[in-house]
Ligand binder design. Sequence first.
Ligand code: SAM
Ligand code: SF4
Length: 363
Amino acid sequence: MVCKIPEWVLYYPKEKQHIRNPGRIEMSEQLIVWMVKLRMIKLEDHLGRRFEKLRISLLNECNFSCVYCVSEDFGDISVNTVQKSPADQPLTPDEFTRLIEAVHRLTGLKSIRLTGGEPLLYSNLFPLINHIQKIGISDIRLTTNAYYLKEKASRLFDAGVKSINISVDAIDQDIFNEISRHPNTSRVFSGIDAAVKAGMNVKLNAVIMRGKNDSQIIPLLDYATALGVKIRFLELMKMGHLYHSENGLFFSEKEMLSIIQEKYAIESIQREHAETAHYWRTSNGGTFGIIANESTPFCHDCNRLRMDSNGFFYGCLSNAHGEKLSAYMDDDFLLTEKLRGLLRLKQPVKFHGSELSMRNIGG
Ligand code: SAM
Ligand code: SF4
């Protein structure tokens, strides 16, 4: 079959642009797909953004009910229960793998981050990691609340998960329990120890909220520095139940920096391409980052694609409705067009919030 060059052929490297001639040259679908697979045509948007990293929310369930992630209306938030969403039917490892493989064929994914909900609650986690490696993606990372990490850290490391992000919103146990709505957050710290001991590259994440845990910035920073790991402080994002709220809990990058500078001299580190965080070194040898969606947005070079636990894909965190790609798995041309459509959904500058919670779309 012969077709007109689609508009997206415009978005490929400058050095190849002399062969583009939309409207006049005709190329077969197969030729286009072949060129995409060989990376002669890059699937990228007008800002040069590509899908290089895939984040997968393995399930919506979580044993925590963090105040910024789970609404109080979300069923029973009594402590220590696993929060199940009514529509929660996670894919099997085979189903996930098929989708990942198809996307990888066309985009050449560099890394995959497994997240959730709480990914350590996904019962087929290890078979899935194994399947992903067989596809040829060796950089597999995980984001977790670390409650179940102590028992799993070294097995995860051996399975190929060398890099892990751990959420820890306070050192003070009462504050941490209150934010996560869980009575036993001390297990998080043994999980962090186990990950460091296993040899993983550990990064800590703390969402900072006014009047809730802004007092914890220095204790968290000192804890991370003593442990020799990086910590990132996150500005609160208007997602899920926070989408229509006043955002009175919002605590800005500027405010975080001012608290840290009262104690330490800091030196900025050059931001790397597509990094969500801007990093600084402290005068006592620590490194911290700030993920400032609101104050210092980073959409302009975003390279992330997301998949939820039901197999819906999202080109941008701000999309509340995903695209089911399973129907296009065997048609690389249509799949390419769908991926290109997802790329188009990326915000040009800044994330403006979403009705979806982070636990659905995968943080
Ligand atoms: N359960 C795991 C955890 O907590 O690390 C993985 C999933 S969680 C949704 C991923 C990350 O999203 C966590 O670091 C969490 O703090 C962050 N997050 C969730 N809701 C957020 C919000 N409204 N604003 C900023 N970060 C948020
Ligand atoms: Fe669970 Fe992570 Fe959401 Fe907290 S942020 S409720 S740990 S999914």
